[in-house]
Design a binder for this molecule. Structure first.
Ligand SMILES: [Zn+2]
Length: 328
């Protein structure tokens, strides 16, 4: 598998099977780093967007995204079924949203801005002090920044471009650093309000549970964990989605505390709080999310089978979903 450093230099290797797009460049120490997205398949079809590396310190998110991209690309050399599937769906990868953060091993981008606090959206109620996004100083974590950063704009533009052509999008953004379990969060981060596509989300996860009854994820609205200003996925969902479109933005928070519990010495390294440090644990993390990725592509290819309930089923599902995710 190629490394993230190789990807930054050699992203054009994917051009034999994909559309490779460079949105813009960001600079650090007089070196330019491209903001790259790799698009496979039919842009008018239901789309999966996999993103990583928004927080540079959480290297595992970028590495897992890149490993999924590499396998996907390898398979296209021989897998006729996958090629057929790509006539129907689109799969887009952004392995590294924040290249300068990755190079510097920092959460923020080169300007000290936390990109997941930087979208032009404010929470509708109080957020946790500092963690929820702050405008005090770029020297303190979770700085929101005074302007929309290039990396944030890159994600917003990519989602906007996808939603111009496709009527169904599931995105999954890979992070680490919070909790013992692998969690899948859905909007909102800026509000305790119910997610307005709860029905589709519930249908999706019920299908996942039936297909993978022993799955590992805890599924929740992000607001059950903490609220923030400036969440990119909130912004995209609330501003880019048209009423008749399905858009499920998911965040995968890999439960990094378990890596620390199993190898307590890594608590003394900055990297150790966010990443698996032992080789076998890293490999296990690469393997761990494959079933979800396969399920995402297959469920999108057949989305008309599950995402369009009739009126009565919709009412019933709404009730179930509210109870399950919001306790009412
Ligand atoms: Zn993160």
């Amino acid at each position: 598998m190629i490394s993230i450093d190789d990807f930054i230099k050699n992203y054009s290797v994917y051009a034999d099977h994909a559309r490779v797009k460079v949105h813009s460049q960001v600079e650090s120490d007089s070196t330019q780093y491209p903001l790259v997205s790799i698009h496979f398949g039919n842009p008018k079809g239901p789309t999966l967007l996999v993103t990583g590396g928004v927080h540079g310190l959480e290297r595992i998110g970028a590495q897992v995204t890149l490993s999924l991209l590499s396998s996907f690309h390898e398979r296209l050399a021989w897998d006729q079924i996958l090629k057929l599937m790509l006539e129907k769906i689109q799969v887009v990868f952004i392995p590294l949203i924040n290249p300068v953060g990755y190079i510097n091993a920092s959460r923020s981008n080169g300007n000290g801005v936390d990109l997941m606090r930087n979208a032009p959206i404010t929470a509708d109620t109080d957020v946790p002090f500092l963690l929820g996004g702050q405008l005090i100083s770029s020297k303190i974590p979770w700085y929101r920044g005074l302007t929309v950063q290039k990396e944030t704009q890159f994600v917003i533009d990519t989602v906007g471009e996808i939603l111009l052509q496709s009527n169904c999008l599931i995105s999954i953004d890979l992070h680490s650093g919070f909790g013992f379990k692998d969690q899948l969060w859905f909007p909102f981060a800026n509000s305790y309000q119910e997610f307005s596509q709860l029905t589709e989300l519930h249908l999706f996860f019920e299908l996942y549970k039936k297909t993978h009854p022993y799955h590992i994820y805890k599924v929740e609205p992000q607001s059950k964990n903490y609220l923030t200003h400036g969440d990119i996925w909130d912004y995209c969902f609330l501003n880019l989605k048209k009423p008749d479109q399905v858009f499920l933005p998911l965040t995968l928070e890999m439960g990094s505390w378990i890596w620390v519990r199993k190898n307590p010495l890594q608590i003394f390294s900055k990297m150790g709080l966010f990443n698996p440090m032992k080789a076998h644990r890293l490999n296990r993390t690469f393997r761990r999310h494959r079933p979800l990725f396969d399920f995402l592509t297959h469920s999108l290819a057949s989305h008309e089978m599950w995402s369009q309930p009739d009126y009565h089923l919709r009412k019933q599902i709404d009730g179930e979903a509210r109870k399950l995710y919001y306790g009412n």
